[in-house]
Design a protein around this ligand. Sequence first.
Ligand SMILES: Cc1cc2nc3c(=O)[nH]c(=O)nc-3n(C[C@H](O)[C@H](O)[C@H](O)COP(=O)(O)O)c2cc1C
Length: 211
Amino acid sequence: MIHNGSHVAAPSVAVAYHSGFGHTATLAEAVAAGATDAGAHVTMISVDNMADGHWDVLDGADAIIFGSATYMGNVSAAFQAFAEQTGRRCMNGTWRDKVAAGFTNSGGKSGDKLNTLMSLAVFAAQHHMHWVSLGLSAGWNTSTSTEDDLNRLGFFLGAGAQTNVDANPDQVHPSDVRTCRHLGHRVALVTRQFNLGRAASSPAASSAPAR
Ligand SMILES: Cc1cc2nc3c(=O)[nH]c(=O)nc-3n(C[C@H](O)[C@H](O)[C@H](O)COP(=O)(O)O)c2cc1C
C-alpha cells in the first residue's frame, strides 16, 4: 500500500514554557508560530499557570517543545516545579515516544544556558521522548556574518537566545525570534514524519520494553 500521508492528522504540538519577565514567552510565541506554519495544531502552556485541561493536552500531544528562562545557570524554579509534577507520568511512560525539543533565553550572551538546554534534554530523556536538535549551523561566526544570522549564538542542542535584562518582551532579538520560529517549524515537520512512519508500520509496534 502506498502512503501519501493524507490519512494522517496534522501533528499536535504543545509548547510548555516558563517566563518570569516575558522574554521567553516572546520566544515561545515564535516557536508556536513556526509549528503552526508547518501545519501543526499548537497549544501554548505557561507551566506556572496551567489551565484546566492542559495536562490532558500534554498527554495527548505528539510533540512537546519545552522552554525555560535561564535562572542561575539552569531551568527556572517554576519550570523545575512543573517537571517534578510529571514524576508519575515518567514512571508510567505516559509521554514515551513523543517528540521533544527545547529553547531557552538568558541575560548573558552565554549565561551558562547550555546547561538549561541540557536539563531540558535530560528531562525529555527521562520521559523516553525523542529529542530533536535545532538543525542549524552556527551563525555570526565569520568576519562577514552578523548578529542578524539565524542561530547567531551558535547552539545545536536547541534554540539559545539572549535578551538584555532591561529589555521589554517586544525587544527580544529578531534573530532569536526567527531561530525559535525555525525550531517550531522543524519539530512540526519531524513529528509529521514520525506520525507517517507509525501509520505505515504495525499498530502493535512499540518501543516499550517487553515485560
Ligand atoms: C533569578 C534569576 C537568575 C538569573 N540567572 C541568570 C543566569 O544564570 N544567566 C544569565 O545569563 N542570566 C540570568 N538571569 C537573567 C535572565 O535569564 C534574563 O533576564 C531573561 O531574559 C529572563 O527571561 P524571562 O523574561 O523569560 O524570565 C537571571 C535572572 C533571574 C531573575
